[in-house]
Ligand binder design. Structure first.
Ligand SMILES: [Ca+2]
Ligand SMILES: [Ca+2]
Length: 622
């Protein structure tokens, strides 16, 4: 997963600027062969870059100091530890590239004495309607007063994945140009960091035949009805292979591993980049994993089938200690899982042929009428996700300030909703917010079930539901009070979706809420119930398969499910063409930016694993 694969990392810290004078200013890359052995060319290549930083700025409030860096709005957020700016460098290499060495050279280290201690990062909270801090359930790594924090000036990880249809090895380097000497109440910082990465690209670059784009795996009873979809896909630029699950006989210790090996063979023999599973968990088994075992137990994750390779390009079994417990994360052991998807994957959770027919007809209708006028409408539903934080009552209370970090209380669902409409500024967003019940509200559209359904009936490309959930319902809270749920009285339920009248105007729904895609507890999660309906409902949906997490207050945008949600919005804004690539792109971004040297890393692993697409990953957007 992390650096275990690689050779030593050398850090050279020179308390001088002399060497830097010979380095070109600003960020530069260079590729060169520096070593050749007698027999073969062993090409150790290198990339260099230099990053400049302004002096950090310090802002004081009544109790804490807040450190900012002009060049970066990314921060180390290890709960209970100081919030410090960081800079994320993402490098991409051909898959199988081996990182030999990473070296950094620092400019002169300067120090600055602070007048107050640095504000600490908030703890995530679980987004179920029963809110609790997870603080007490995870081991924490609070700063000891004698330490420098963080311990190193940089950290890194690698992973094998797929970006823009290219198979690549990601190298994500996080630089920490400001460190905290708590005992002295000082920061130390640098204004330049030079990075040199030495690497070996694979001798035989991976190229696979380009025979098929999409692999569909389904039970044979569905195949007659899926033939229509295969024909449609082939006629619309997506070469498709349908394989009966009964005919898969790859090696593997159990059915899930056999399917995973078959997907690997399909990548290598046919060049597939998309996988569609058709069937419930009894027809196509799901892999259960234990990313936060102590708190959540086992969770269902189809990311297991999408993350085929590690950063070396080797098969990733998700069980590196071979104990038949997959994706383990405990204080004592973690299975090596890089999580970066190597295919874009979705599941049509069909329980019978009538659902197969409904969904195939909807996909064909959606893709034969592209450039839909209503596609540019988006609907955003949200409210006050974390009412227990009593919002503005505590805005000036230092104890709460400690939890919020430098964030402020806010109506989290609406805060994220506004970020989404900013990212998707080219779309017409219609917002249905719980705070619209306040006379002073800027928002006029009331968060009611009929308003939501009327807006969907008018046509929208995307619907975002940001808040809380259970398998059969999405809901949120109004400002301040937590005993009323909205839309009143019991939220937006599976039943409500049945009243839709939106034939041929099918949106993609994003449920940024707990358990709306939980097919372990329920065979009828709302995320699938919306997709399976005949001639109405959604064309596809994204939803977590278990309870999820978030930060309270304005910090909500910095992590967990809200960050996944914002990543999907960003991928839409970037013009991503196919539905499955929205989630893949969001996961890649998430893995590249979240803190990995963090005792809470397992909570990030968990949040990535529970993301599910209920739909065709090759669905053409527009
Ligand atoms: Ca294991
Ligand atoms: Ca991978």
């Amino acid at each position: 997963m992390k650096k275990y694969f690689f050779e030593t990392v050398i850090i050279i810290i020179l308390i001088t600027c002399l060497i830097l004078s010979s380095i070109p200013s600003s960020s530069t890359y260079s590729d060169n062969n520096v070593y050749r052995n007698d027999k073969d060319y062993i090409s150790i290549k290198s990339k260099e870059m230099e990053i400049s930083f302004s002096a950090p700025t310090v802002k004081y409030d009544s109790k804490y100091a807040e450190i900012n860096l002009k060049e970066s709005d990314s921060f180390i957020l290890a709960p209970g530890n100081p919030i410090l700016p960081k800079s994320n460098i993402i490098m991409k290499f051909p898959i199988g590239t081996k990182i030999q060495n990473i070296e950094i050279i620092l400019s002169e280290v300067k120090q600055l004495t602070l007048l107050k201690s640095i504000i600490t990062a908030p703890y995530p909270i679980i987004n179920s309607d029963k809110i609790r801090l997870i603080k007490n359930n995870l081991k924490t790594n609070l700063l000891k007063t004698s330490d420098v924090y963080p311990k190193k000036w940089f950290d890194y990880k690698t992973g094998g994945g797929l970006e823009n249809e290219e198979r690549i090895t990601f190298l994500s380097i996080h630089l920490y140009p400001v460190r905290y000497l708590q005992a002295l109440e000082r920061i130390e910082y640098v204004d330049k960091i030079k990075i040199k990465v030495e690497y070996i690209t694979p001798e035989n670059p991976r190229t696979y035949p380009d025979v098929y784009d999409l692999l569909i795996i389904a039970p044979s009873v569905y195949c007659d009805n899926l033939d229509l979809l295969v024909e449609h896909k082939n006629n619309h630029g997506v070469t498709t292979k349908l394989v009966k699950i009964e005919e898969i006989n790859s090696t593997g210790r159990d059915e899930q591993e056999q399917i995973k090996y078959f997907i690997k063979e399909s990548i290598e023999n046919w060049g597939i980049k998309y996988v569609l599973l058709v069937g419930t968990k009894t027809k196509i088994p799901v892999r259960y994993t234990y990313p936060m075992d102590l708190l959540f137990g086992k969770i269902p994750t189809d990311l297991y089938y999408a993350d085929i390779y590690d950063s070396n390009g080797s098969f990733s079994s998700w069980d590196s200690n071979n104990n038949n417990i997959f994706g383990e994360n405990t204080p004592f052991y973690s299975d090596e899982v890089d999580l970066y998807p190597d295919v874009s994957l979705g599941r049509l959770y069909c329980k019978d042929n009538s659902e197969v027919i409904n969904v195939v007809n909807k996909i064909i209708s959606y893709e034969t009428n592209l450039n839909k006028e209503w596609f540019n409408n988006i609907i955003i539903c949200g409210g006050n996700t974390h009412y227990n934080w009593k919002d503005y009552l505590f805005i000036n209370d230092p104890a709460y300030k400690k939890y919020f970090g430098d964030g402020s209380p806010t109506y989290e669902g609406e805060y994220i909703g506004n970020k989404i409409s900013e990212i998707l500024f080219n779309f017409n967003s219609e917002k249905f917010y719980a705070s619209s019940i306040l006379p002073s509200s800027d928002y006029k559209n009331k968060l009611t079930k009929s308003n939501i359904n009327n807006a969907i009936n008018d046509g929208a490309g995307f619907v975002f539901f940001i808040g809380h959930g259970k398998p059969s319902v999405w809901l949120t809270y109004p400002p301040l009070i937590g005993f009323i749920t909205m839309p009143f009285p019991r939220g937006y339920t599976t039943n409500q979706i049945k009243f839709l009248k939106n034939e041929d105007k099918y949106p993609i729904i994003i449920f940024d809420a707990c358990s709306c895609g939980d097919f372990k507890k329920s065979n009828k999660p709302i995320a699938w119930e919306a997709v399976k309906l005949k001639s109405k409902g959604a064309i596809a949906s994204f939803a977590p398969t278990a309870l999820t997490m978030g930060y309270p207050g304005t910090y909500c945008e910095k992590g967990y499910n809200n960050l996944i949600d914002l990543g999907i919005a960003q991928a839409i804004a970037n013009g991503t063409e196919k539905a499955g690539d929205l989630l893949k792109s969001s996961i890649n971004n998430y893995l590249n930016v979240v803190d990995f040297d963090n005792p809470f890393y397992s909570s990030n692993v968990y949040v990535v694993q529970i993301q599910e697409l209920f739909g065709d990953p090759t669905l053409k957007l527009g």
